[in-house]
Design a protein. Structure first.
Length: 67
């Protein structure tokens, strides 16, 4: 999850090149929805994003996992 499109693209290229499946989100709301619909083993989160910042996203993800 990152609002910087170029950074998301660079990370996707590197991770897919290493054999990982990648989903991208441009903000925290989209990222949380994707995680609900397609749970991931690892989530990379930018701290400064529109809609929901990274800390809010991390708290929301943790609350779902720890329930």
């Amino acid at each position: 999850m990152d609002d910087d499109e170029l950074l998301r693209e660079a990370l996707r290229i590197v991770l897919e090149g290493a054999g990982y499946e990648v989903m991208e989100a441009s903000d925290g709301e989209v990222g949380l929805r994707l995680q609900r619909e397609h749970p991931a083993d690892l989530v990379l989160v930018d701290i400064f994003m529109p809609q929901r910042d990274g800390l809010e996203v991390i708290k929301a993800l943790r609350s779902r996992v720890l329930r």
